[in-house]
Design a protein around this ligand. Structure first.
Ligand code: SF4
Length: 125
């Protein structure tokens, strides 16, 4: 039996969640979480950790050079760099509306890269 802890990052409370791992790596006891999401977070972190990814993408024809983007849902942590490579090699054209899909099914994950905000073209379109 091994005792471990982790800070839950699901909300700003940042609860310190402690848990016991048995010899097979299974969780046997979870304490310190203020709500059920804390236990879910720990279990997911140990089996399939995921994250929302926020970044920027190159945009042409707009006042700014880069447009803020976000994944449409969380993606496996192990795929963050692969997804960033796709974002870095993509160029979009203004105008773009908030929530437009800029890269569909990125890396075959079933997740889209979407615009976090609208951005007009420099000619006002
Ligand atoms: S356990 Fe619940 S209250 Fe605590 S940080 Fe996680 S989500 Fe927030």
């Amino acid at each position: 039996m091994e005792k471990k802890d982790m800070v839950c990052i699901v909300c700003p409370m940042s609860c310190k969640v402690t848990f016991d791992l048995d010899e097979n790596g299974g969780i046997t006891k979870v304490e310190g979480h203020s709500c059920p999401r804390g236990e879910n977070y720990v279990r997911k972190e140990l089996t399939n950790p995921t994250r929302m990814l926020t970044s920027t993408i190159k945009i042409e024809g707009a006042f700014y050079d880069r447009l803020p983007v976000i994944t449409s849902s969380d993606i496996p942590k192990s795929k963050l760099f692969d997804v960033m490579k796709e974002i870095n090699k993509t160029v979009v054209k203004a105008p773009v509306k908030a929530k437009d899909v800029l890269i569909a099914d990125v890396c075959g994950l079933g997740v889209n890269i979407i615009a976090s905000r609208s951005m007009q073209a420099v000619d006002g379109k």
